[in-house]
Ligand binder design. Structure first.
Ligand SMILES: [Zn+2]
Length: 155
């Protein structure tokens, strides 16, 4: 088939795409670090080699590139050539992602997927990264409740 890229060229292209996708992961790491959390990187012994692991909290974050993991966000360009190569490959990635998450959750891990397209919006992403954390007790709310109770007391 004439339109197929030779293997050497293809792996060069894949490396180029992959290195672009390093950036979102760095962004997430920086945000988490800035939020005061400490974590480990790429635990090789865990399924799917998660990008960020909180051992004591038993939580895992995967930072997924929208293209490689077929995010339906419109940011991931759909391959237009070599479809017989890309469609099955990306399909397998997606299946493997789902299997990994299911298995990790079965093992008791909390799993969060952060998409590349979400890393543009830091404030929204920060909220997402707080997942599972207990909200701080709102002192003003307590005061407010007290005053409601006081006003309801019979005179
Ligand atoms: Zn996306």
């Amino acid at each position: 088939m004439a339109d197929k890229i030779d293997p050497v060229r293809r792996s060069a292209n894949m490396r180029a795409i992959r290195s672009q996708h390093m950036k979102p992961e760095m962004m997430v790491r920086q945000l988490i670090h800035g939020m005061g959390y400490r974590y480990r990187l790429h635990r090789q012994n865990l399924l799917g080699k998660p990008d960020i692991v909180f051992l004591s909290r038993k939580k895992i974050i995967f930072v997924h590139g929208c293209f490689w993991h077929s995010h339906e966000c419109g940011m991931a360009h759909k391959p237009k050539s070599n479809l017989d190569y890309w469609i099955p490959k990306l399909g397998r990635n997606k299946e493997r992602d789902a299997e990994n998450v299911a298995e990790l959750e079965k093992q008791g891990w909390g799993v969060l997927i952060v998409w590349e397209c979400e890393t543009k919006y830091h404030e929204i992403l920060k909220q997402k990264l707080l997942w599972g954390s207990k909200p701080k007790p709102a002192k003003s709310l307590t005061v407010c409740n007290n005053s409601i109770i006081t006003s309801r007391q019979p005179i």
